[in-house]
Design a protein around this ligand. Structure first.
Ligand SMILES: Nc1ncnc2c1ncn2[C@@H]1O[C@H](COP(=O)(O)OP(=O)(O)OP(=O)(O)O)[C@@H](O)[C@H]1O
Length: 316
């Protein structure tokens, strides 16, 4: 890995800045890279640019091991997720403050922590306002644990993930996969699912989707930000799909609103989900994982992160 060495704004020229920006130059519509680079240099950041999947994991781990105290993720939720994975791998969550510089298509997580845009992200870093928020962690049998900051959504189909367009991601964020799944499944009765919570509650039935939020929740309208400091996951299980095929907003409205009898919502610090007889796709902050069983839990207050003025520790 080569690190682009930048002079510091304070005039010093250390071999390596303790502020590192990990830049995904192709996230979103790719229009952000030059602006993000310029602002990063102005704010004394070293810059590492990703070229492929997994680079941000490696870069974040190495930056933390080299003593970085601020690591900024510039990209969409997927880039943020990879950077957090790197910090976890380097066992550096207590030593590094994460900054989110939003440059993805949806940027839902950035919005949930009060970061409006690239410029605002650097203002927030300057202000120094950080909080310790919960980190979601998922483990699957025989696989490594994987963190998620925003959401873990189960019940998606491979066809739907392939068919989801940037335009749809722009409009619906991570729910774009939900919308495309609804549009591409015709005679699907749902997945036979068993969910067990930390409090030994069990939910069993056919579900279309199971949505687990750490940074976000899944209301029909209004604020999507969850309480990220309560040590709890916000779980929404959707049992039925609309019987008629609906597009876009109408599908989201029908699935999450209207007849709420088909929706089960609860909060829990941890849960296990088992899909009987089949493997399904789970999106972890938009990155796909295929599994038939997984455990999701929160690590309360594990992630130190810069937050904007609009971040509400205890949202409605
Ligand atoms: N230089 C690169 N060229 C191609 N793909 C890249 C590059 N760097 C990172 N990636 C890929 O980009 C993905 C992350 O994209 P990210 O989620 O940040 O942006 P997005 O999909 O545009 O936004 P959003 O998540 O908001 O929809 C990673 O899975 C990684 O594989």
């Amino acid at each position: 890995m080569s690190i682009e060495r930048q002079p510091r704004v304070d005039g010093g020229h250390p071999a390596y800045s303790d502020r590192v920006l990990i830049l995904n130059p192709v996230s979103g519509n790719s229009s952000h890279a030059t602006r993000a680079r310029d602002l990063a240099v102005d704010h004394g950041f070293s810059i590492l640019e990703t070229e492929d999947e997994g680079d941000a994991i490696e870069f974040a781990a190495e930056a933390a091991r080299d003593g970085a105290t601020v690591v900024a993720a510039c990209g969409g939720d997927g880039t943020v997720n990879e950077v957090v994975r790197g910090l976890v791998e380097a066992d550096a969550l207590g030593d590094v403050t994460l900054a989110v510089v939003p440059a993805g298509t949806g940027n839902n997580f950035a919005g949930n922590i009060g970061i409006e845009n690239i410029e605002h992200a650097f203002e927030v870093i300057d202000s120094g306002e950080s909080r310790r928020i919960d980190l979601g962690v998922v483990s699957v049998p025989d696989g490594p644990s994987q963190p998620f900051v925003n959401s873990c959504i189960g019940g998606l189909t491979a066809e739907a993930s392939a068919a989801t367009t940037p335009d749809s991601k722009d409009r619906f964020g991570v729910l774009a996969y939900v919308v495309t799944t609804l549009q591409t499944i015709s005679d699907y009765d749902g997945m036979p699912l068993r969910v067990e919570t930390a409090g030994d509650e069990t939910w069993e039935g056919d579900a279309i989707f199971a949505l687990v939020g750490n940074g976000r929740r899944f209301p029909v309208e209004g604020r999507t930000q969850a309480n990220m400091e309560d040590g709890l996951l916000d779980v929404t299980i959707v049992e039925d799909k609309p019987t008629v095929s609906l597009a876009g907003e109408a599908a989201v409205q029908r699935v999450f609103g209207g007849d709420t009898a088909n929706i089960t919502r609860f909060q829990t610090p941890s849960l296990s989900m088992t899909v009987l007889d089949e493997r399904v796709q789970f999106s972890l902050d938009g990155e796909m994982v295929t599994a038939d069983t997984l455990v999701a839990e929160t690590r309360e207050g594990a992630l130190d992160i810069f937050v904007g003025e609009d971040y509400e520790p205890n949202p409605e």
